[in-house]
Design a protein around this ligand. Structure first.
Ligand SMILES: Cc1ncc(C[n+]2csc(CCOP(=O)(O)OP(=O)(O)O)c2C)c(N)n1
Length: 565
């Protein structure tokens, strides 16, 4: 049946199960938008900025496991998507970005709003396309979604010239893709499984390092079964948080730069690491030479290029984590490690995350603990990047799988508002809390308008220290408190801003107001903003400076406690 290119785009998206699109129109993509009313089942959320659309699609994809979709027009529309695309690439988030391009005849002529977005995004997409004929749209979209969601997921961009949207072509949606060199189900060798099982059997001090791959492949049950069957304690990377319940007796928390000291110290003593769907990122390992000096490594990864990239794998296992664990489980024998678990308990006692949560003051750690207590850990927490992100990772409880959403790889400030919006759209049943830095919040706060317009009931908690806090912390520690360009001396009144955008806001400056404010926000049937006035110079501990090892671990100085933070 003959259709326009625009109709083919929407027919294809429908076949891929898309029901939400975030975006902003413009000249080059207008023929696509003008066709949208023919597809009333497709919900389009008009954002205030394309970065908001991209992060929202990303947040939606993270919580649903479906492919997130965002639209942008040519030129600035497309370049505004770039940060969100890079973020999705770094964290392996299945997303498809569709951009309008100038008409075919104008390509390469520096036409108005022309940008080579395929060229720009080449290194930050899993794959991208410039579609030059309407007849190629259906297959391209089929392939784009297939690539986005299979293997190691990631962002795929499809750039379509304006006149291709109006060109007519025969529509038939392909059933399969033809990608002979793209192998997403490599054979898992029984020999390697046996080797891994033998290492697990012999280990005295084994640890599981659970990464984002557990969440991406929905291997929660397999991870839990493996940990419980073998008695191996579980450390989760930043992106692995909520892949394993934080209240499980075998949960040891996050290691690395701002991880729990005891988790990093346990890695020092481990004789076996099972890296599950993680990539030995520098924020986890610090100095690679001194990381896990005594450990053999079983590395399970869907992306073969991650194997031996940072750490040599004694036994590499390439494949979808869920499948690999299902195949591994019958080979491993039941075991317990009482001495090792006791040793980790000693480390936990000797190295608490904060030495005490002072009763006075507005310590951010205490606010987060109060929040978790109030929600009973039944929340989805979305953060920005900075100190508040690390406090949220350290001091929140996560009971449900996949309930911590953060920009781990790119570390994109400004993620907190739109990604929370996308997460709430994807999980309308969930209580979504956006934990924001006052800096990052101001990068994308215009999406509050989108949130109010669409009645998306995200609760915002700004951790307002009047600083670009994490950078100030580095200046504090490494530059003798020389606070260059990190102090926002006149932040806007966030409560009034919330009201201006159309949602209630409360300033919370006293500790006794923390709990009532959280309760009020939770009881409010819609979005609401809380502006927590936290101490200006609170630092995040523990802290292992970049590229260093646990020998350089800094814990909370005791003198800080006298001031209640
Ligand atoms: C887009 C972007 N620009 C700059 C940075 C560098 N950076 C990392 S953390 C940080 C400070 C974040 O400040 P804020 O959002 O207020 O959070 P806080 O650290 O105070 O909790 C900055 C500037 C970044 N991560 N992202």
């Amino acid at each position: 049946m003959k259709m326009t290119g625009a109709q083919i785009v929407f027919e294809s998206l429908t076949r891929e199960g898309v029901n939400v699109i975030f975006g902003i129109p413009g000249g080059a993509i207008l023929p696509l938008y003008q066709t949208l009313p023919e597809y009333p089942n497709l919900r389009h959320i008009l954002t205030r900025h394309e970065q908001g659309a991209a992060h929202a699609a990303d947040g939606y994809a993270r919580v649903t496991g479906k492919v997130g979709v965002a639209f942008g027009t040519s030129g600035p529309g497309a370049t505004n998507l770039v940060t969100g695309i890079a973020c999705a690439q770094m964290d392996s988030i299945p997303t498809v970005f569709i951009t309008g391009q100038v008409g075919r005849a104008a390509i390469g002529k520096d036409a108005f709003q022309e940008t080579d977005i395929a060229g720009i995004t080449l290194p930050i997409t899993k794959h991208n396309y410039l579609v030059m004929n309407a007849s190629e749209i259906a297959y391209t979209i089929k392939e784009a979604f297939y690539l986005a969601r299979t293997g190691r997921p990631g962002p795929v961009l499809v750039d379509i010239p304006k006149d291709v949207f109006v060109e007519q072509a025969e529509f038939e949606y392909p059933e399969t893709v033809d990608l002979p060199h793209y192998n997403v189900q490599p054979a898992i060798k029984t020999e390697a499984l046996k080797q891994a099982a033998a290492l697990i059997k012999d280990a005295k001090r084994p640890l599981i390092l659970a990464g984002h791959g557990v969440i991406i492949s929905h291997a929660y049950n397999e991870l839990r079964e493996l940990a419980e069957k073998t008695g191996i304690p579980v450390i989760t990377t930043l992106l692995g948080i909520s892949s394993f319940p934080s209240n499980h007796p075998l949960c040891v928390g996050m290691p690395g730069m701002h991880g729990m000291a005891y988790a990093s110290l346990a890695i020092d003593e481990a004789d076996l690491l099972l890296g599950l769907g993680m990539r030995f990122d520098d924020r986890v390992t610090g100095d690679l030479k001194t990381f896990a000096p005594n450990a053999k490594i079983i590395h399970v990864e869907v992306d073969p290029s991650e194997i031996n990239k940072n750490k040599h794998a004694t036994v590499p296992l390439v494949g979808d984590l869920k499948t690999v664990l299902q195949k591994l489980l019958p080979h491993v024998q039941p075991k317990t490690h009482p001495d090792w678990v006791k040793r980790i308990d000693v480390l936990k006692k000797e190295h608490p995350p904060v030495r005490s949560i002072a009763a006075n003051g507005m310590r951010p750690q205490a606010i987060l603990q109060t929040l978790s207590k109030e929600t009973k850990g039944q929340h989805v927490i979305v953060t920005g990047v900075g100190q508040h992100q690390m406090w949220a990772a350290q001091h929140s409880t996560f009971v449900n799988p996949n309930s911590f959403i953060t920009s781990g790889g790119l570390g994109a400030m400004g993620f907190e508002v739109p990604a929370a919006m996308g997460a709430q759209v994807g999980r309308p049943d969930a209580t979504v809390w956006s934990i924001c830095g006052d800096g990052g919040f101001q990068m994308t706060m215009s999406e509050l308008a989108t949130i109010v317009e669409n009645n998306i009931p995200v609760k915002f908690a700004i951790f307002n220290n009047g600083f670009l806090g994490m950078v100030r912390q580095w200046q504090d520690i490494f530059y003798k408190k020389s606070y260059v360009a990190t102090n926002y001396t006149r932040n806007p009144d966030f409560v009034k801003l919330a009201e201006a955008f159309g949602m209630p806001g409360r300033r919370v400056a006293r500790q006794e107001d923390v709990l009532p404010a959280i309760r009020e926000a939770m009881a409010h049937n819609g979005p609401m903003l809380l502006d927590f006035m936290i101490p200006q110079e609170e630092n995040v501990f523990p802290f292992i400076p970049a590229g260093q090892s646990t020998a350089q671990l800094m814990e909370e100085p005791v003198e800080d406690l006298a001031h209640g933070g």
